[in-house]
Design a protein around this ligand. Sequence first.
Ligand code: GLN
Length: 495
Amino acid sequence: MHPTDFTLRGAAEALSEGAISAVELTRAHLDAIEALNPRLNAYVTVAADQALDQARASDERRARGEAGPLEGLPLGIKDLFCTKGLRTTAGSRILGNFVPPYESTVSANLLRDGAVFLGKLNLDEFAMGSSNTSSAFGPVENPWSRRNHPDTRLVPGGSSGGSAAAVAARLALGATATDTGGSIRQPAAFCGIAGIKPTYGRCSRYGIVAFASSLDQAGPVARTVEDCALLLRSMSGFDPKDSTSADMPVPDFAAACGRSMKGLRIGVPKEYRLEGMPHEIEALWQQGLEWLREAGAETVEISLPHTKYALPTYYIVAPAEASSNLARYDGVRYGLRVEERDGDLKDLYERTRAEGFGAEVKRRIMIGTYVLSHGYYDAYYLKAQKVRALIKRDFDEAFGRVDAIVTPATPSAAFGMHEKTDDPVTMYLNDVFTVTANLAGLPGLAVPAGLDAQGLPLGLQVIGRAFDEETVFAVGAALERAADFTALPSVRAGA
Ligand code: GLN
């Protein structure tokens, strides 16, 4: 077996048995990155020397009997997490030369537990997108391809496209990601891997470049549900540096993966049956529900009546918060600075922002400032906040009757790099099944469950009650066992 083919759990065992060292495991991944990253463009920055130093230190800790829960495991970090002394770009020209003087809490937690960082992973600029085509560092390619058109380059999804592509192609055992409207679950589904957006407040946002603060959540992507559980446990926990961080105990998520489905009630929201949705998606959904019934669960039709307002609500709230968060990039304090003409400070701001931001980010800033402006605030922003409350209430009522909700993860499989990309509204439809969990603050997990007719992965989504990731992991692991998803992407290390 090639060392890059290990699951996190498998690699942890091999390391503890002495079958492989952290240095060997890290080298195997760095070699794979060197061979495949020129094509996939999943990593923006490869931290080879630092990774090998960390791996050596990890082997020494293990020799001293001080191994942490993730000791010696090579991971990729989405380039939205600040890493001390290692360039952090958010996929933007405006932060292209930014080297943070501090570490995000989530990445610090992973380092505390012994992880090795291979480098920083590509993403849509400021995490705005569903295709990883808006990065200032170029698009990421999906390692999967269509059976009948193997030469069509496909998107990995976004915004965490680099994270999902790297993990699917075996350029990391797991990775961090963030999800504001679907950016963990949609790329995980497009790349045939698992990913969870935990409950809002579960992971600290400290040191994560802000997009929409009331929606942003960090979470892991990995090749198995259990691996996501292992990573999430390390990433989670109360942090006084984030005022929205939840002071809640962090359970042993991996232990929950083995729980029985007996007696569990699974909600099936009728509003997620979209007109014009490909038949394969509907068929996979029904198959997933059948698997859960066979495992002993009961499926119950439920209604989430405000679902149809979720996408428009998201595309008011998210740009509003983004326009405010991104006001800090003015050429004075961070990153890019384009010098002003005639000592005019406003000119400095304008030129820096005009050159530093890409088209999608500018579009969001304009929408956001518009919906927040005097005279429109009540009609758009305030109204969206009220609808958001109704969407949350739908879930509260549903969770009085069911323990988890299962839906498709995305309305389609991965699409071509030049399909959908010219029309922003078509692009926004990618998130139709995922934004609801962000608006309501709930945990949502994507799990690979089957292939479409072109041989591309399709995922199912499990949504749970706030802070009940354990049930989400249990249902996800049950789906994973039944689906027995063993297909592999055509571009991968060791192939
Ligand atoms: N695709 C959505 C957007 O463009 C969600 C992005 C995300 O979750 N970061 O806003």
